[in-house]
Design a binder for this molecule. Sequence first.
Ligand code: 6CS
Ligand code: FE
Length: 299
Amino acid sequence: MTATQTVQTDVYPTRTGGPERVLDRPDPTLYGTADDGPMDAATLSGYDEKGYLTVDELISASEVAELTAELQRLSAQEEIRRDERTVVEAASDEVRSIFEIHRISDVFAKIANDPRVVGRAKQLLGSDVYIHQSRVNFKPGFEGKEFMWHSDFETWHAEDGLPNMRTVSISISLTDNYSYNGPLMIMPGSHKKYISCGGETPEDNYKKSLIMQGAGTPEKETLTQFADTYGIDVLEGKAGGAIMFDCNCMHASNGNVTPYPRSNVFIVFNSVENTAVDPFAAAAPRPDFIGARDFTPAG
Ligand code: 6CS
Ligand code: FE
């Protein structure tokens, strides 16, 4: 270690090759107050307690239509399909996600930096924020695969080097989310406990984990304890609505065997007081289209 390199204490050890452990979360969930943005005290305390909040009609029907048209335009482009930032469904060869969507598309850059979005993220995190990751997720009808239960922070800590839990994701629905077409499921309150996972991070893990996560998925008995303790909320909602959820919520989504696609734009805001350092449990950081190294404030 060079003299200048500061030792970053690892508050959230994981994938250290030891057994899985459930740890307390020393970091707060909510960093701002009702005076710091558009959300009132009741909304904020609900977020603090459950780890998430919902916003009905965050964007208008015409904005949904504009984003959807942009999606269709992008996913039809051969160079987008070939781009390393595009993840294709293993089975159907359909586009599953496009990462860094706010850099690829001006239409998505606009919503990612919209005051209705950034203002809420700044209020929850109590500081300026930058975009750690953005992606648009398609869960195509009949083919959409599931996402197994996980904490996003566990990955962003282990593989992207986010030191503390001062990070919030927003998922803006571009299609109606029904109980049956693979909506987001969150265990309310689970964000207050941190599951330190066993195992170790494989080399270039992101090449597989973005299709089907392996390292960092908790054991079944831990997930059973969590489900029994916290329950499972299924986040149904109309297109144009949004869910904002803490980086450490235990969440998942089922597959989609219905004809109705489930598409959303997913943007991760990290506090500028919590910028990425070296990964805590990986040989090298993931590419910056997955974990940003540009900390320019959003908005
Ligand atoms: O690894 C990641 O960063 C991504 N993986 C999942 C399943 N959720 C969060 C994030 O987009
Ligand atoms: Fe996730």
